[in-house]
Design a protein around this ligand. Structure first.
Ligand code: C5P
Length: 421
């Protein structure tokens, strides 16, 4: 619920034109419309003729509280549906789902239906949420079209990786409605009224690439049981979102969490410490820096039973072996790239955090103590201290979003001094 509430802010009274194209993901447009309306937006819907096969105009008209437009003329009375006035009316034109076909036509300027003519005449920001099969999405033609659209200032809500309607697994699932709503809210909160090009939206971390690890790892004991910890992933997700907001390209290597992927962030799921090691070291090879926020298991079962372990009458001993320390591996290879670590301590916090910073070669470490009220797992607040070579800086109790901002500020300062070396 929390992410829905966050995405609701800032949409009150905004006029959203929702374009729906013919993809199986059109069923999610109902939820998308409902979330926008609940957030106070005035939503009108335009559909391609094929979209009507996937979701009925009646459903969309009921949810948006406006008649739906599909054809250039009303078939009943011949009234002209003006694509120009629809485009003028909207504060944002959101096309979700956007099929490969519609994206291709948008890139070429083809205008053979009302949704597309409206696109060509719209002066407001345009957002597309692609939805298609993994091979269609990966096809060079689709990628080229998306690139062309991005260069023209169209905002793209990246599709997610996961199970597709075809039964295949890969990238192409339309982003979840909550993620799309959050994207639109943020876009409109920027105060943007016309569609700026990408270069106009210059951000402080534009051109930088970061890896952020977040969440808890899970280590299998047998096909049923596993070892894990209390990390919710909230802090790492907030950092990934903040770095992306500042224009960085962010790969979020995520353990187990129940959170939505932050807007503009590429998420790679890695559940065990070993998977997280592989995903993080691979992403770091291309990155300018990394923030190690995940709660990674230090030990994993020496052997994973391939069948469920049966209980006996007596005690049971589980033999554990060490996992690889991801942060230490990155620290050894980092050169003058930036590495930020976390330390969650229950006692001797300063000494432990300093020792970790040196051992793992962190530029700075973010210390949270479980002794502080409002700090640590699950909650939405945190109380942290930054420790770097220059010393210790204590922060007051803040929301995790604010802590993420302070961490991003500190990263920016350290990047300046890294590049000055
Ligand atoms: O040694 P400890 O787990 O307390 O160190 C904490 C820091 O190291 C955190 O930044 C955490 O994300 C990182 N870490 C890691 N790989 C491990 C263990 C910890 O990246 N296997």
């Amino acid at each position: 619920m929390e992410s829905n509430d966050r995405s609701a802010a800032g949409l009150q009274g905004r006029r959203i034109l929702l374009g729906i194209t013919g993809s199986i993901a059109a069923y999610k447009a109902a939820q998308l419309c409902r979330l926008l309306v609940t957030a106070g937006a005035d939503v009108q819907v335009v559909m391609t003729p094929l979209a009507k096969q996937f979701i009925t105009p009646l459903t969309m008209a009921t949810l948006s509280k406006h008649p739906i437009r599909v054809e250039f003329f009303d078939p009943e009375n011949g009234a002209w549906h003006s694509h120009v006035s629809l485009g003028e009316w909207a504060d944002c034109y959101l096309i979700a789902p956007a099929t490969a076909n519609t994206l291709a036509k948008m890139a070429c300027g083809i205008a053979d239906n009302l949704l597309l003519t409206t696109y060509l005449s719209a002066r407001c920001p345009v957002v597309v949420a692609p939805a298609m099969d993994l091979d269609m999405y990966a096809h060079p033609a689709t990628q080229q079209n998306l690139h062309t659209l991005a260069e023209r200032g169209i905002r793209i809500v990246e599709p997610a990786e996961g199970e597709l309607a075809s039964g295949l697994h890969g990238k192409g699932r339309m982003a979840e409605p909550e993620t799309i709503v959050a994207f639109v809210r943020e876009l409109l909160a920027d105060g943007t009224t016309s569609s700026p090009t990408l270069s106009e939206k210059k951000k402080s971390l534009q051109g930088k690439r970061f890896v952020v690890t977040a969440g808890a790892t899970i280590e299998a004991i047998d096909p049923v049981r596993y070892l894990t910890n209390h990390s919710s992933g909230k802090m790492g997700y907030a950092i990934a979102g903040e770095l992306a907001r500042r224009g960085a390209e962010v790969t979020l290597v995520s353990g187990r969490t129940a959170l939505d992927t932050p807007v503009g962030v590429r998420r790679v799921d890695a559940l065990s410490a070993a998977e997280m090691y592989e995903a993080t070291t691979a992403a770091f090879a291309e990155a300018d820096g990394a923030v190690m926020c995940a709660a990674v298991a230090d030990y994993t079962p020496a052997e994973v039973a391939d069948r469920k372990l049966q209980k006996g009458d007596g005690e049971m001993t589980l033999v554990l072996k060490r996992t690889r320390d991801i942060a230490a591996a990155l620290g050894a290879a980092k050169g003058n790239r930036l590495l930020v670590g976390f330390a969650l301590e229950t006692h001797d916090e300063q000494a432990h955090a300093e020792a970790k910073r040196t051992k793992k070669n962190f530029d700075f470490i973010v210390l949270n103590s479980l002794c502080d009220a409002g700090a640590g797992f699950r909650g939405d607040t945190n109380k942290v201290s930054f420790i770097d070579r220059a010393g210790r800086e204590d922060m007051p109790l803040m929301s995790k979003a604010e802590v993420a901002e302070r961490i991003a500020d500190k990263i920016e300062k350290h990047l300046v001094s890294c590049s000055a070396v």
